[in-house]
Structure formats: C-alpha cells, structure tokens
Ligand binder design. Structure first.
Ligand code: SF4
Length: 462
C-alpha cells in the first residue's frame, strides 16, 4: 500500500532546520544517520506542527506562519511527490532492531509522529526514542479509570525523560451519559466495547487526527491469534491522520517481533522506570476495573476483560491488526451455541435505525418525506465499514433530536444486487442522504468518514 509524502532536494532549507533537530542527546551516541530525501520533509513538517496534539482537527500554522510562507515561496517549485511503499519498507525492516525502526520512524515524520504510551511495558518505546537522540512526542489516553500506579509512572516518565505527555481525555458529556444511564460498571454486564469506545477509541481518533504517524507497543506475542501478523510499519488500516481519508496515517510497531521477556530484559538493563503493578503480578495493564494480575504460566491477556471470550480481548485501538476476519468493529466475535462464529452486526445504537428491505423500499419511494434520512449501506465484515462505525454512531448521537433520521441497511448477500440497482451501491460503505422534499438520494462523495466531514455533508443538504 502506498502513502504520499512530500520531499525536496533543497539542501539550504534542510541545513537551516538541522539545528533544531537534536535537543536531547543525553549520554548516548545517536545512531549513524544519513539524511537523504527525507530531511527536508522532516524540516517542512516541523515548521507546520508546533501545536499540541490535536488541539484542532486541522493544523493552524500561525506560530510560524510568516517563516513558513517565505520558505514556501522558495521551495514550492522544487517540491515533488514521493510515494512510499510501506509494505516494502515493512519487509525491509522485518529483521531490524526496535531502535533502528524507531529511528527510521522519527526521522521520517519528525514532529508529526507520536508514541502511544499506555503506562505499561510500552515505556520501552520511550527509552528507544530517547536512545535515537531525536526529539519525540508521547501521548496517552487517560480514560479516568486508570490505576494510581499508572499515573505515578506517567509522572516518573515525564521527569526522567524531560517530556510532557500529551494526555487525551474522553468527552465529558459522553462519559456522563454512559455512566448516568448504565452505571459505572456496565462493561461487566454488556461487554467492554461501549465504554472503550467512549473512553479510549474516540479520544484516540481525535489524537490521531493531529498526526501523520503513530508508534505503538503492539507485539505479535501479546494476544493469542489476534495479533500474530503485525508488521513493523503499515499504512494504518483503520484510523485517519491529519490529511483525512484512508491512507492518511502510518502506524509503526517497532517491537512487533520482540518477545515480552526480551522487552523486560531491555527495561532492566536500561534501568527504565516501570509500573509498580508489574511487581504485583500484572503484565498487561489497562484500566483498573478491567485488568487483574495473572498467575505464573497464564497468558498476559488473561488478565484483561477476563469475563469475556478470549478472542474478543481487543479494545478497538488496534482492530485493524486483528487477524480473524470474523471480527466486528470493536474487535468482537459473535459465538454461537454450537461453537461456530459469525460476524456480529455493527452500527448498533439506539440512534441508528436498522432498515429492513421493505423499510428502505418505502423510503426510496417517498416523494415528500417528513424528515431527511441518512442511510449507510454496509456489510458487517467490511473493514472500511468497521472503521467508520465509531464516527457514524457518534454522528447519529449528535443528530438525535435534530429531525434528521440516521439509519443503516445491510446490503451484502442477497440484498447486494438490489442495492447496486436501486441504491447506487458501488462499494462498502455507501452513504446516502434522502432530502425531505426529493425522492432522489444524494450519495456521499468523499472518502473522509470522520464525524466533522459527515456532519458537514448533512448540514449542506438538510
Ligand atoms: Fe472502560 Fe474497561 Fe475499556 Fe477502560 S478498559 S475504557 S474501564 S471498558
């Protein structure tokens, strides 16, 4: 899969920004580096990305606007588009060390990349980034349900590395609505997906919308079956980055091929601060109510969401790396009584109307509807549908009570021919808007499926 970056051959520009690059060499020798075509790319990005992590969906270059403008006029004629083949790069890096992969990631993306830090052994990523001698950014999702020990580790890490972790918090109104309607521990009764969506996935999506790449601590040995094919680098199959749309975000997994034991040897050798919960038997650490220690010999994921099926133990942050095709948008699999699995339905929300075939046939016949309708044509197994599930459900929640109906129609299988013929279905997902006073549906033309873009589409037509 390809990803577009912008590079230039102007050495004058790269030289002027090289000075800003190494600010924390510490006592380590930076890796031997060659600055080829990516150097100016990195410098250009640093000019335009001084804002805090996703303070705005789109960056505002106001801090350095005038400098950027004058430089832009010098380089604009020399800029050319280089397409990076990340599948090829992943193959090249398959046997590279985490340090080499980290260095490559930071070199390529500069200030437009950040490490996702959970407060567990992925602190190794921060040590690797430190060892490269390059500046780096770190963000963390504060779900509001973390252990006190995790907060203490955050503080220790900030002090040791001289960094400020860019915390992302859930939307207060969404948390309030969830807790007031379902209580503080609803995940024990109806699964962790809803709470994780509010407290983790949506804040993560907001964070990533301010970046061009992110770095995770995902390892192949972490989850039985579900994480066994994680590449060292990939175009993110689920989330969108700063530019929006599929392919706008690159995901780096520098420790994909490292065993948990080797991570621990590294942490001990380098005297890295670690979460004190590890000493109490915790391996994988998440939120306090959903994490528990494991016994010797137990797999680390057995300490997470232990009341749920083993194959459902993903929170949605890395659903694009889930191996099993029978996984829904929240990393969930419906297990039947006979032990077989089917794909669970998606876009499940009280604000999303599920249309049957007669229901959508009635809708398309109406010349004069009482209210406008937004309908997604989807297939539960479709990765792109799964990827937009959070946005669509969030959109439905935002539109609740506004007079716009939000609906879904499962258009695969025996409905596919009908949907292609009558509903403009080309590929999944297809989004249609049925205005109030017109029988003709308007097809959403963009690949951007974030809430803001979808809302802009609706507001233009309603
Ligand atoms: Fe909620 Fe548990 Fe998910 Fe944390 S891990 S967001 S508490 S369901």
């Amino acid at each position: 899969m390809a990803f577009a970056t912008v590079t230039s051959s102007s050495t004058a520009i790269s030289a002027s920004f090289e000075q800003t690059k190494v600010v924390q060499l510490g006592s380590y020798q930076p890796l031997d580096r060659t600055h080829s075509s990516t150097v100016l790319n990195l410098s250009r990005k640093r000019l335009s990305s001084i804002m805090a992590l996703n303070a705005e969906p789109k960056r505002n270059d106001s801090v350095v606007a005038s400098a950027a403008a004058s430089l832009a006029s010098e380089v604009v004629e020399k800029v050319e588009v280089e397409v990076e083949d990340y599948e090829k790069l992943a193959r090249e890096l398959e046997n590279a060390s985490p340090l080499e992969i980290m260095d490559k990631a930071l070199e390529k993306f500069g200030n437009d990349i950040a490490i996702a830090f959970s407060g567990a052994e992925d602190v190794a990523l921060i040590e690797y980034a430190h060892l490269t001698g390059r500046p780096f950014r770190v963000f963390s999702l504060d779900t509001g349900r973390l252990n006190p020990e995790t907060y203490r580790l955050f503080d220790a890490v900030e002090k040791k590395y001289g960094i400020h972790i860019e915390y992302m918090f859930p939307d207060a109104v969404e948390v309030q609505a969830l807790v007031r309607t379902k209580g503080l521990f609803s995940f024990y009764e109806d699964g962790h997906q809803e709470c994780c969506r509010v407290r983790k996935v949506r804040p993560l999506r907001r964070a990533l919308k301010g970046l061009r790449a992110w770095i995770t601590g995902q390892r192949k040995d972490q989850s039985p079956g579900t994480r066994s094919e994680i590449p060292t680098v990939q175009v993110d199959p689920v989330f969108e980055g700063l530019e929006g749309g599929p392919g706008s975000l690159v995901k780096w997994n520098p420790v994909a091929n490292v065993q948990g034991n080797d991570i621990w040897k590294f942490l001990r050798t380098m005297n890295v601060p670690v979460n004190s919960l590890h000493a109490q038997g915790y391996i994988s650490i998440g939120c306090e109510p959903c994490t528990r220690p494991v016994l010797p010999g137990q797999h680390e994921r057995e300490g997470r969401w232990w009341w749920e099926d083993a194959t459902a133990k993903e929170c949605g942050l890395h659903k694009g790396n889930i191996k099993d095709g029978n996984v829904n948008g929240n990393g969930n699999v419906a297990v039947q009584a006979n032990g077989t699995t089917t794909v669970a339905d998606i876009f499940n929300s009280q604000h999303v109307v599920s249309l049957t075939r007669p229901g959508i046939e009635n809708l398309i016949k109406l010349e004069d509807r009482r209210e406008p309708w937004l309908v997604v044509l989807y297939a539960p197994w479709c990765r792109f549908c799964q990827a937009m599930e959070g946005s669509y459900v969030e959109l439905a929640e935002k539109l609740a009570g506004t007079g716009v109906k939000v609906a879904k129609f499962q258009a695969d299988g025996e409905q596919k021919a009908f949907a292609e013929r009558e509903l403009q279905l080309g590929s999944f997902p297809t989004i249609l808007f049925y205005p109030k006073h017109s029988s003709r549906a308007v097809k959403y033309p963009s690949e951007k499926r974030d809430v803001e873009s979808l809302l802009a589409f609706v507001n233009t037509l309603r």
